[in-house]
Design a protein around this ligand. Structure first.
Ligand code: GRF
Length: 187
């Protein structure tokens, strides 16, 4: 099997990146992580790229043409699949068009509910019964592309934001690799 050359975009802790790296070390996992891009120089997640000798690049999103720099690097590393994992920057429509159907994201809610930020606080405020995560394709509208996998759990009365995050991330570590396997199963 030829693994898809993949770039993971991060901004922070990178625990999903770490999880994807460990899965991708399995010969039968469909992707190889060949590049990590961060818009945050100090992202803790960059340490995982360092640890596993994966090339990584900091992109200064304050510069006007930063997406061109990203595109050049994707070309350089022959990237044909992109996983967003806690990347806190909106990707432009032009960029999405270039990689249509090849960018996926993981979001900490049961989409289409709670798109955007602060999902856990909003869930609690809304007295939701269920929480979870969604892996979806990225399209031109925020958190609105078609769903690949969704995993849920029942919210406990005692759950606060911190606990919801912990429970959600535990599911994310299953959902993201499963979604990737699902996408490439028929390739
Ligand atoms: C994840 O919870 C994901 O749902 C959201 O950002 C978080 C990133 O966490 N998009 P990490 O950087 O992978 O630890």
């Amino acid at each position: 099997m030829v693994k898809k050359n993949t770039c993971v975009f991060i901004s922070g802790q990178g625990t999903n990146l770490n999880n994807l790296i460990s899965h991708s070390r399995n010969i039968s996992f469909p992707i190889k992580i060949s590049l990590v891009i961060s818009n945050n120089k100090h992202a803790v997640g960059l340490n995982y790229a360092k640890k596993y000798n994966i090339p990584y690049i900091f992109i200064n999103t304050k510069l006007n043409n930063y997406e061109n720099k990203i595109l050049l690097n994707l070309k350089k590393y022959k990237i044909d699949f992109i996983c967003l994992a806690g990347y806190m920057k909106i990707i432009s429509n032009a960029f999405v068009k270039k990689y249509k159907g090849k960018i996926i994201n993981i979001h900490p809610s049961l989409l289409p509910k709670f798109k955007g930020l602060n999902t856990f606080a909003r869930m609690l405020k809304n007295k939701e019964k269920k929480a979870g995560c969604t892996v979806h394709y990225v399209n031109e509208k925020l958190d609105s592309g078609s769903k690949i996998i969704q995993k849920k759990f029942f919210i406990n009365q005692k759950d606060d934001e911190k606990i919801l995050k912990k429970k959600t991330q535990k599911l994310e570590y299953k959902a993201y690799p499963e979604a990737i396997i699902k996408i490439f199963r028929n390739f």
